[in-house]
Write a protein that binds this ligand. Structure first.
Ligand SMILES: [Zn+2]
Length: 223
């Protein structure tokens, strides 16, 4: 069983065997960077466990700590050709990333913060599946917003404009249309809103910031 819920491809655990093509995400009409599925692995996909060691990056460790996510809950894999995505895997989450051509792991900091934001959003929503009931655009711009907010709360040598540029790597390889993640302008605005507005307003309360985003800020990004 495969549902298309407002542009987000969702596969439910226990109900579905995911086809290889679906899993690979080569169909450009697929629109999500987060999904819940049976955890079955597709064939012919070149991945290895966290080849760029993002789990040990100081920025990622700091983000996990601030989001309140246990390090053991999240595993990473790097692949040659795969969209960034977060999926449920067992009791935790598996985050996939595309290995940059230059092997520069620092390029992954902002995209991984976006993916970790999905884990945080799922917890705040009650579950991953509960989160997926929200409009995909709100989920994705919310993750960019949270990544921006996170960028103002961790110590990093990476300049803000580079982080802002990198965060849109999520989705870029995946979509012909901009609907699911938002236009580059909307995404930049969401990230900057988190970085500048959120830090002062929310005093590091990420749950409060997310509530405010969903209630008021998201709408302002669409205007
Ligand atoms: Zn996303």
């Amino acid at each position: 069983m495969r549902l298309d819920l407002r542009g987000l491809q969702i596969s439910f655990a226990g109900l579905l065997v995911v086809s290889g093509a679906h899993y690979l995400g080569q169909d450009a009409s697929e629109a999500g960077c987060l999904r819940a599925d049976s955890g079955s692995s597709g064939p012919a996909i070149e991945c290895s466990p966290d080849p760029l060691n993002v789990a040990h990056m100081v920025e990622i460790k700091a983000a996990l700590s601030i989001f309140g996510i246990d390090e053991a809950e999240v595993r990473y894999r790097g692949c040659q050709k795969v969209p960034f995505e977060t999926r449920m895997k067992g009791k935790g989450y598996l985050i996939s990333y595309q290995v940059p051509a230059n092997n520069n792991g620092k390029q992954l900091v902002a995209p991984i913060m976006h993916e970790l934001a999905h884990v945080f959003q799922a917890r705040e929503a009650g579950s991953f599946l509960a989160l997926l009931k929200a409009p995909s655009l709100r989920i994705e711009l919310g993750a960019d917003f949270l990544a921006g907010l996170m960028s103002a709360n961790i110590e990093t040598q990476i300049p803000l404009d580079i982080l802002q540029e990198d965060v849109v790597l999520v989705g870029r390889y995946y979509e012909k249309e901009e609907g699911a993640h938002g236009t580059p302008e909307q995404r930049n605005n969401a990230f900057r809103l988190g970085h500048f507005h959120g830090y002062k307003t929310f005093k590091k309360s990420f749950p409060a910031a997310l509530k405010e985003f969903n209630k008021n800020l998201y709408g302002s990004l669409l205007n």
